[in-house]
Design a protein around this ligand. Structure first.
Ligand SMILES: O=C(O)[C@@H](CO)OP(=O)(O)O
Length: 342
């Protein structure tokens, strides 16, 4: 469950035993989680506490647009899921990070945490211009700085001027220390969730090697197989299939519910983690994904409507009318921005 909300923790409960669903906190026993609240499942320090207890926090959803999880919207609730699929529409922007210092040097990067080059910074800003009229309610990035820089730099160009704020939910203290105590400020913020599951495919023993030198040493075909085949991993690294197992699972579990509830989402990630997500969105076969290449810093727009992802290509420029005419909602959003800013 995404830990995306800007929220107030109003209590902590524990689940005991295995006899049915039974929440207990202090002297109080709670059977149902009221509407507008969410249950956040955490694990005691190192995974599971003694006697299998798990820690639950009851969190009051903020009234703002940025409070993201309503249990009623849970995709596990099938009836609701179906009706939401029909009624909601949301924009999904995917963006591969701008050029990194190791892209520039032609080195296999994978999970090595390398920042952007100056050109990468410029690409991210340019990408931001292209999406400056498209609503963004939530941002997901990988845990790597090149994706996070890209997301933040892109948002400097957004006309709505909401402030992207990285959520720190790694432990209770981090969460409490980063709390915002103004509803108005929360409304002017965009939660940014950093997730390792969106990281670049782990390139194993190729990380740090020069791509050309590796091709010279092992042969062009072998290296192409490592780089682009679906299920053949590079030495001690992840194949695209293995990368998809975590990236697509994260997308389905954490991002799709947000889209279902009508949130407009931007994902800043990597060549291969995004290839695996696009494979899922566009229903590509393992053969088709081989030839899918993503450029750095080019945003791609999808509309999520009636449970389907509709690929809308890349917004060309902020002034380009076409992209905003894709849906009435996008056109209205842009018009509102025009009225606000003129
Ligand atoms: O080095 C990497 O991490 C990736 C992306 O830059 O390389 P490839 O082009 O092989 O997917």
């Amino acid at each position: 469950m995404a830990n995306a909300m800007l929220h107030q923790t109003v209590g902590t409960l524990q689940l005991h035993g295995s006899s049915g669903i039974h929440f207990q906190g202090g002297n109080n026993s709670v059977r149902l989680v009221p509407k507008g609240f969410k249950v956040e499942v955490g694990f005691c320090k190192r995974g599971i506490c003694s006697s299998g207890e798990k820690k639950f926090s009851i969190i009051q959803a903020s009234a703002s647009q940025t409070s993201v999880f309503d249990p009623v919207l849970s995709p596990s609730n099938n009836g609701t899921h179906e009706s939401l699929k029909k009624s909601n529409e949301a924009a999904l922007i995917l963006i591969r990070h701008g050029e990194s210092l190791w892209n520039e040097k032609n080195l296999f990067t994978g999970c090595v945490d390398v920042p952007l080059t100056k050109k990468g910074v410029e690409e991210a800003i340019e990408a931001g211009k292209r999406i400056s009229n498209i609503p963004v309610d939530m941002i997901f990035t990988s845990a790597l700085i090149r994706a996070q820089m890209t997301a933040m730099l892109a948002m400097t160009q957004h006309r709505r001027k909401k402030v992207p704020i990285i959520m720190h939910n790694e432990n209770e203290q981090a969460r409490v220390w980063s709390q915002i105590h103004s509803e108005d400020t929360i409304k002017q913020s965009i939660p940014v969730i950093a997730a390792w599951q969106l990281n670049e495919r782990m390139y194993g023993e190729l990380q740090g090697l020069n791509k050309q030198e590796t091709a010279d040493r092992f042969g062009k075909e072998k290296v192409h197989e490592w780089r682009r085949s679906y299920d053949i991993p590079p030495p001690n690294g992840e194949s695209l299939e293995m990368c998809a197992e975590r990236a697509v699972a994260y997308f389905k579990d954490e991002i799709e519910p947000q889209l279902l509830s009508g949130k407009n989402v931007m994902i800043a990630a990597h060549g291969n983690s995004l290839r695996s997500i696009i494979m899922y969105l566009d229903k590509l076969t393992s053969q088709e994904v081989i030839s899918l290449e993503l450029s750095t810093g080019i945003p791609m727009l999808y509309i999520f409507k009636e449970g389907k992802f509709i690929r809308r290509g890349s917004p060309i420029a902020p002034t380009e009318a076409g992209v905003y005419a894709y849906t009435r909602k996008l056109a209205q959003y842009r018009q509102k921005l025009d009225e606000m800013l003129h």
